[in-house]
Design a protein around this ligand. Structure first.
Ligand SMILES: Cc1cc2nc3c(=O)[nH]c(=O)nc-3n(C[C@H](O)[C@H](O)[C@H](O)COP(=O)(O)O)c2cc1C
Length: 207
């Protein structure tokens, strides 16, 4: 590989990494099964210690999406009622919350295998996060946006059961996936320079 090739590759991956944003509004068209599978095939090339391959991917079909909408609606409704809100408001907001999830073209639930050994458990979580980043970057390169959700809906035990995830699996995230809408401006984001978080340890006290 020549220096020129390396530079071009670096520019390409940098543009993808820096261009990816959390996206929650998409074109209505769902992402085709073959495309999703292609992205998952890229995702699984993530580093994973002991080659544990701890990731599991669940693509929600229509029936599961309808159930998810009910779960999400129930969570919103309960939250409002517990905070002392009116029943009619709780019901309306619940219905809206469910509809919002149903409006997402494609939903992907990702888990990782837990382990009773905390060292392996941490490695497995690290590995699934690497796979997720692979997935989101490859998706972005295809004009597909993603957003990572880890809140109450993603963490709902009913969702875990709905997709048939095992007791040894832990939710890593629920992902909205869909084609980028050219009429929607990507959300802005910011990062502090990496140098802010870098310490060069050139000298250590003699112990
Ligand atoms: C482990 C993890 C969990 C996240 N959970 C949520 C979430 O529950 N809801 C949400 O809106 N964004 C969630 N995000 C997305 C971040 O908020 C988002 O990446 C951050 O705001 C930076 O924006 P960017 O992705 O456009 O760079 C999560 C990200 C990570 C890595």
């Amino acid at each position: 590989m020549t220096d020129t090739t390396t530079l071009t590759e670096l520019e390409t991956v940098t543009a993808v990494m820096m261009g990816r944003r959390t996206v929650k509004q998409f074109l209505a068209q769902p992402v085709a099964r073959e495309t999703l599978q292609q992205l998952i095939e890229v995702a699984v090339w993530a580093p994973n210690h002991r080659l544990n391959e701890p990731w599991r991917f669940y693509v929600l079909g229509d029936g599961a999406r309808t159930q998810l909408a009910k779960i999400a609606g129930g969570i919103t409704q309960r939250k409002i009622l517990e905070a002392g809100g009116e029943a009619t408001v709780a019901e309306r907001k619940g219905t809206e919350a469910g509809a919002a999830w149903l409006g997402v073209p494609t939903l992907l639930y990702i888990t990782y295998l837990t382990d009773s050994n905390p060292e392996i458990n941490l490695e497995n979580y690290g590995a699934v996060c690497c796979a997720i980043q692979n997935f989101t970057l490859a998706a972005h390169a295809l004009g597909i946006g993603t957003s990572w959700s880890s809140g109450a809906v993603a963490a709902a035990p009913e969702l875990h059961a709905l997709v048939g995830a095992g007791a040894a699996e832990q939710m890593a995230g629920l992902f909205r996936v869909g084609y980028l809408d050219p009429n929607v401006t990507p959300g802005s984001s910011r990062r502090s320079p990496g140098s802010t978080f870098t310490r060069w340890i050139d000298e250590v006290p003699v112990g």
